[in-house]
Design a protein around this ligand. Sequence first.
Ligand code: IMP
Length: 410
Amino acid sequence: MPTKLVLGLQHGDEGKGRVVDDIAEYWADVVVRFQGGGNAGHTVYDREGNKYVTHILPVGIVIKQSNNHVSRRNMTNIISRGCVLNVIDLYEEINSFKQKEITPNDLQISGYCPLIEPTHILLDRLKYQGKLGTTARGIGPAYSDFYARDSILFKDLVCNPEEALYKIQEKFFNFQTEIAQSNVDGEVINENFDYFNNWTKNYREIVDCVSKFLMEDESIIIDLYNEGKNILLEGAQGCGLNIYSNNYPDVTSSAPTVGGALNSTGLNHNQIDEVIGVIKSYKTKVGTGIFPSRCDEENANILAKIGNEYGATTGRPRKCGWLDLDEVNQAIKMNGVDHLCLIKTDVFCNIENPFIYHNSELNEISKVNHVSLEDKSFVELLETIKTKTGINKVSFTTGPKRGEIVWSEM
Ligand code: IMP
């Protein structure tokens, strides 16, 4: 009865996608995305170094696209009900995978996913992008409607696309009327109309295409679990962005945690066998909010440049800092993490005088020379992390490509 759950323990962008990709290739029968929407950007490189980026599609979708994968399984990918769905972006993302067509055997989408409507995106741009540094993908407003029980669900769209469009239009016109009555620039009103018209331009064709992925039966994840299939739950964002955290309001609008995964999949806590927490050897953050371990400009520039720390979704430069073990420990405690996976230490090796943040203080550590168990400085880093987190099972990546990962044998 194996279920593995991959979570980010920092502020997103830890490299969860590449960890999911590695596990998916050799192990998973099912990969389930369980929270968030197109705000995520999971970057994956196959063994040949070809790059793939997913936003809402589970990373398992990438495996079939690459030439020399070693997967022995027919994998199903599921977007489960905790995710919010922009069907236009979904359509484009599905079509961006050209190597092998994505079929309903590869992808199933819960009918209970709330839709991200154009109004959600326009509202996010107008109200929250500047205030909170959101990704402007409509995430917060879509979840607001969901909790207010005003969402159009994916199944509503599939069953009655005309009625769904009518509701989408109605919300948009109400929004435009409201902002026209406030002091919003007329230019914005016109741009909103352009955006909306563009969004609805190929609506019917797009609905036709995405409808075939509607999950017939919401109990599919439990059924697969009962059949003994290997289920991999793919987290997006990170625990520092959890809406149920003290970082509120500098958070996303979902729960990228074990709790979020349970709500979204119907699995219970006894059915999660291993929680794998992904951390970078340093930390990055986008958006507003405190960043106690933020580092000086010189080191930040090295990390940003060598680590290519620019958002996969927005292209924004990420702020860089030292690994914050206080926040990691908080996430470990809250989620019951069993296993850590340390990412991008090859980037961290370029820092001459590195630090780790722990107990609200910066601690200088030895320069890390090579990502190898033969290297004393790297083993020292692993030992420091094990001691300060209490987790002895620590795997690590040696490079960005699929397979460049050393799994802990514990
Ligand atoms: P939203 O999720 O677009 O509403 O953005 C809320 C906050 O979460 C902002 O600070 C975003 O930068 C951050 N955020 C959302 N998704 C990600 C992600 O995938 N990686 C890193 N930060 C994210």
